[in-house]
Design a protein around this ligand. Structure first.
Ligand code: GLP
Length: 262
């Protein structure tokens, strides 16, 4: 695991946007896995600016999002499809036909999940998967005790996840209870994983992910198995790491001198 710690959330977000734009310029046909959540909002703002500043080609990209609420039509304002259209695809000019999210309207989530896996395979697999982390250590919507070998499927959301996401809905009643999410096995199949966590509320999950035992109690700890996982943090999210000084010694101020090495 490569652990890059920046002094501020803004620097951490910028470094994630820079890594993505660098990959897109190097390979304009990249297949990129995308994430949602509050953490990604500033990343996408910075990515849009960087793509435009560097005149990066986006017409041939293919994207796959991690997850979508089940039971929400794609046009619902709080769907992840709406989030992605508004925050990245439309402003960056990424053609919507090349963007993929699970269909939250699917009547049969098993059929939809299997079709999503197949689409990822048909696209040649994901080159780089962007990830956030839930306060309980979830990635995508793989809640604690998800199988570390899981594939795309329907998951029941925990109360803590529903509470964290309630702000985007009218209230507890209307906050979805289910989501279709890539599995942990699906995520681990990506050639490279790039996780961003900012703020003190993520510090405990970050500690378990990086330094805790590998296990389903913290789904993000599965990234310990990935040969090319980069974790980008701000100082607050990194604050409880026991080997903090070591990470800072290897990558002072989050500087990555050898971006191609894990
Ligand atoms: C959601 C998403 C995750 C995201 C996480 C953290 O539940 N499914 O992909 O990483 O929550 O969200 P936030 O960035 O808002 O803390």
């Amino acid at each position: 695991m490569k652990v890059l710690i920046h002094n501020s959330a803004e620097l951490a977000q910028q470094s994630v946007a820079d890594i993505l734009v660098h990959r897109i310029i190097a390979r304009p046909t990249s297949v990129i896995g995308l994430a949602t959540g509050g953490t990604m909002e500033a990343v996408y703002d910075k990515l849009i600016a960087a793509l435009s500043d560097r005149n990066a080609p986006v017409d041939d990209l293919v994207t796959f999002n991690l997850d979508e609420y089940w039971g929400l039509p794609p046009g619902h304002p709080a769907s992840y499809r709406s989030y992605m259209n508004a925050r990245l695809f439309d402003p960056a000019g990424i053609p919507q036909v090349r963007t993929n999210l699970p269909d939250g309207d699917a009547t049969d989530p098993i059929v939809e999940s299997n079709a999503y896996e197949q689409k990822i395979k048909d696209a040649g697999g994901i080159d780089i998967q962007l990830l956030g982390i839930g306060q309980n250590g979830h990635i995508g919507f793989n809640e604690p005790t998800s199988s570390l070998a899981s594939r795309t499927r329907l998951k029941t959301l925990t109360e803590s996840t529903r509470k964290a996401n309630q702000q985007y809905f009218d209230g507890a009643e209307t906050t979805p209870k289910y989501a279709i999410t890539m599995g942990i096995g699906t995520i681990l199949d990506a050639e490279e994983c790039l996780l961003l966590a900012t703020g003190a509320s993520k510090a405990e999950a970050v500690f378990k992910m990086i330094e805790g035992p590998l296990g389903a109690h913290c789904p993000a700890s599965a990234l310990q198995l990935h040969p090319r996982a980069t974790i980008v943090l701000d100082a607050a999210a990194a604050s409880t790491l026991q080997l903090l000084e070591y990470y800072q010694y290897v990558h002072p101020n989050g500087l990555d001198k050898h971006p191609s090495h894990a």
